[in-house]
Structures are given as C-alpha cells and as structure tokens.
Design a protein around this ligand. Structure first.
Ligand code: ATP
Length: 323
C-alpha cells in the first residue's frame, strides 16, 4: 500500500502522539508524552517495569483511551475505533488472545479471514515465524515461545504497514530471537513501520533507528542508539585475565576509576582507555586483554537510575529528526 501523503505535503507520520496522559487512580502511568514516528521507521520503546510503555502503546493502538492529548496513525485517530485503520495495523500484545481449541493453522486462518487476507498468507506467515512444524498442533498444546510466535504471526498475517510488537522476544529462545530479528529486518527493508517494546537493550541497539526511554510515564530521552551511546558518560571497561594484575596495582594506574573482579576477569573502568592500555601494557602486557566501550545498556541504566538527572541529559541529547 502506498505511503499516506497529506495533499501537497510530506507523508503523514505513521504515529503522532501529542501531550498524551493516562491516569489509573492515583497513578499517572503516562505523563504528557509527545512523540512522532516516521513511516518506515523502526522505533523502540524502552523503560523499567511500570514505566508506562504498555499503556502508551495501547493508547497508540486505539485499545485504550487517553485521559488527555491526541494520537494519530497515518493522520487518523485510532479512538474511537476507525475501521479503515484496522487493516493497516498489526498488533501483538503481552496478553494476545487465542482460539485455543484451534490448531495454529486454523487460528491464523481465522485471523487472516477477519482482515480479508489471502489464505496463501497463512502458510507463508507460519513459515516466517518458524511454526510450519506446529501447523496442525492445537494452540493449547503449543509451548509458551511457540504461542508467542503465533501471536507475532497474527500481527503480521495481513501485511500491515504499521506493526506494534510488545516484548515479542520475551519468551523466545536465543535461536528464535535471532530468527525474529531477521524477520523484522526484512519488514523494515520492505518499508514497514515497527513500534517495538523491549527490555533487551542489545536488540534495541541492533534493530532500532530510534528509541525513546520512558521513566515514570515521561520520555527521558529520544534518539538513535548510536547517538545515545556516543553521548554517554558511561566509562569504558578494560578486561584483564584473572591473576595478571593485582587490584591495588590496577587501582594505582592513572585514569582508572574503578576496579572489580567479574566472571574471571579484572575489570578496570575508565574514561581514558588509551593511557590505561599503555600502562597495562607496560606493567602486565596486553595478551588476552579486552576493551568494552559503553553500550546502550550503560546509557539506559544511567538514565533510569537517576530520572531527575536524566531529564537534564535529555536536553543535551536533543531529539533528532534524522535516523
Ligand atoms: N489496568 C490498570 N489499572 C490500574 N493500574 C494499571 C493498569 N495498567 C497498568 N497500571 C499501572 O500503570 C503503570 C504503568 O503500567 P504499564 O503496564 O503501562 O507499564 P510498562 O512500562 O508496560 O511495564 P512492564 O515493563 O512491566 O510491562 C504501572 O504502575 C501499573 O501498575
């Protein structure tokens, strides 16, 4: 389906959220959130348990009503339910509903029929998520990870333009997780927009063009993983094989900020990798020494551990408009 374009203007954003808030009793789950997701963008939503990710995503999907603010998908409000939007959106939630007495194939055929998707899409989508071998197994007999893959298939079977995936890899084994990454990369290459909630920082770093980190219902920062890591204040780590250097000597090296023993390595944290490596080379040699630069996980932990300070960081890692 062609991208939606406002007459004479640029394409409408796939998602536009403006000043959205949602309260449950005393709890302000989403607090004045504004964000925009471009068509074709792979957008990650990260944040600690209870930060408001699912609530925000459900509001975007039109499954939950915001107390305040507006949402538009391709320029149209998903609430109240807009039936012209439904075929354009695919949704996998943390509590996807299944027809449990049906087989995987029957379930997906039912979902496909609801959207008017061709039957040929059913086998192709089962293949895509690696469930061809479970085609004739009843949903109630599938494992947790297989059900999760069926939930993902149910979000993809009608080839939607905008796909919402809420922790899709939570129950997947490492192979299935990597296989899903490949599927998602293919969807991105085909121009689909993906809104992706995850607690796996590595996959956010691998897959997402941009991420938003939500803390206590507010967006602490929005940027590309690359820029966030680049702007990070987190130290790099120099890892030495155990026994190579004693902790006191390591601590005395200029530029070393912290020393700890972890998983068979002596870990030196520093913001001055070059000088520290030179000193290590002089004292103990560099054989078997590894360096790890800051990762998205470091950035995330930094932001979510000190939300008040994080708000200050957000101003310096300004929201970007390029991928
Ligand atoms: N239906 C509800 N009724 C009352 N409170 C709710 C409801 N749903 C969520 N909450 C509360 O709102 C806050 C945000 O919840 P939400 O599920 O959106 O967070 P989340 O970031 O998706 O968390 P997680 O990573 O654990 O899935 C939490 O404090 C939660 O307890």
């Amino acid at each position: 389906m062609p991208a939606t374009t406002a007459p004479g203007g640029p394409p409408a954003p796939a998602v536009r959220v403006e000043a959205v808030s949602k309260r449950y009793g005393d709890r302000l789950a989403v607090d004045d959130v504004t964000l925009e997701i471009r068509q074709g963008e792979f957008f990650g939503l990260l944040g600690p348990n209870g930060a408001g990710k699912s609530t925000l995503v459900e509001i975007m999907e039109g499954l939950r009503r915001a107390d305040a603010g507006t949402v538009a998908l391709f320029g149209r409000s998903p609430w109240p339910r807009d039936t012209t939007l439904l075929p354009r959106i695919g949704v996998q939630t943390q509590s996807s509903a299944f027809f449990v007495r049906q087989t995987a194939h029957e379930h997906l055929r039912t979902v496909a029929a609801l959207y008017g998707a061709p039957r040929t899409a059913v086998d192709a989508t089962l293949e895509t998520v690696g469930l061809t071998g479970q085609r004739d197994v009843r949903v109630e007999s599938l494992s947790g990870g297989q059900r999760q893959r069926l939930a993902i298939a149910s979000a993809l079977v009608h080839a939607p333009e905008l796909i919402f995936l809420d922790e899709p890899t939570a129950a997947l084994d490492p192979q299935a997780r990597r296989a899903l990454w490949e599927v998602l990369r293919g969807l991105k290459a085909a121009g689909r927009t993906i809104v992706y909630t995850t607690h796996h920082l590595d996959e956010a770093e691998e897959l997402c063009d941009r991420i938003a980190i939500l803390v206590d219902g507010r967006i602490a920062v929005t940027d590309s993983p690359h820029r966030l890591v680049g702007a990070s204040r987190a130290p790099s780590r120099v890892l030495l094989p155990e026994g190579r250097l004693d902790e006191a000597t390591a601590r005395a090296i200029e530029g070393v900020e912290r020393v700890s023993a972890q998983g068979g390595s002596l870990v030196l944290e520093t913001h001055a990798v070059g000088p520290v490596l030179t000193a290590v080379d002089r004292i103990a040699g560099l054989d078997g020494v590894q360096t790890r630069t800051a990762s998205l996980e470091d950035v995330y932990l930094d932001l979510t551990a000190r939300p008040a300070e994080a708000a200050g960081t957000a101003a310096t890692t300004a929201e970007t408009t390029e991928p």
